[in-house]
Design a protein around this ligand. Structure first.
Ligand code: MLT
Length: 236
């Protein structure tokens, strides 16, 4: 098996994803919210590229069973029902609902991955489960990090490293790119407490906005076996 990590979703080439399984990662916080939301009973998530597209879906679907979720600049987008905190994706808030989601980087990264044969949603909270599922699918794997505003975000690389470790354990041997090695080194540094996540810009920003508990939550490993799948515009 070949294993690759794309460090920023903007660098995806459609042809690169042909005949692969893609795992999209936006640890802080979009893909963590997706995993938690599906675990808590969301019927489906429709990821969109921007807030206007998300709002237009609600107009078409009706607001009775659908919820608008997402952030702008880290805080709940004006007029949306919930923001982009995993704590807002509680059973009480999301069970039985269709969630239309728009975030700055995460939902765009999911939409941009559609040309892969399989698109799985990954995070720290389901790292082992998503790796296991990718191995079962038997194709080459590309881990796509959402990044932040077109730049690398180390939180995504740490999770990519954690997922890559599990994939390599699962297949025994994989042909890896250098970005896989960099992600694994970073993950190892994090596990050995040489890498402090509080130095990551996106962590700093979320903590400044009062989301320190979100950061802690998003870095909890293997809280669930749920592996959402993105197919035909829908995450389930
Ligand atoms: C994003 O998609 O850019 C993030 O999930 C932002 C956030 O932390 O809410």
């Amino acid at each position: 098996m070949k294993l690759d990590v794309i460090p920023v979703a903007g660098k995806i080439h459609v042809a690169r994803l042909m005949d692969t399984t893609a795992i999209v990662v936006d640890v802080l916080r979009a893909t963590t919210c997706m995993v938690v939301g599906i675990q808590n009973g969301i019927v489906k998530i429709i990821p969109t590229s921007d807030a206007a597209e998300a709002a237009s879906f609600v107009t078409r679907l009706g607001s009775r069973d659908s919820l608008l979720a997402g952030e702008t600049g880290g805080v709940k987008t004006q007029g949306f029902d919930i923001g982009n905190s995993p704590f807002e994706f509680s059973v009480e808030a999301v069970k039985g609902r269709t969630v239309i989601m728009s975030t700055t980087n995460g939902t765009t990264a999911v939409c941009a991955s559609a040309s892969a044969d399989n698109v799985l949603i990954g995070a720290m909270v389901n790292a082992t489960a998503v790796a296991k599922r990718a191995v079962e699918l038997g194709k080459d794997v590309v881990i796509i990090c959402a990044g932040t505003d077109g730049a690398i975000s180390a939180d995504d690389l740490i999770a990519a490293g954690a997922i890559a470790e599990e994939i390599i354990k699962g297949v025994g041997k994989a042909v890896c790119t250098d970005t896989v090695s960099v992600s694994r080194w970073l993950y190892k540094g994090y596990m050995e407490k040489r890498v402090d996540i509080h130095e990551i810009n996106h962590c700093k920003k979320l903590i400044e906005l009062g989301f320190e508990d979100d950061v802690k939550f998003c870095f909890r490993r293997d809280m669930t076996d749920v592996v959402p799948v993105y197919s035909y515009g829908i995450i389930q």
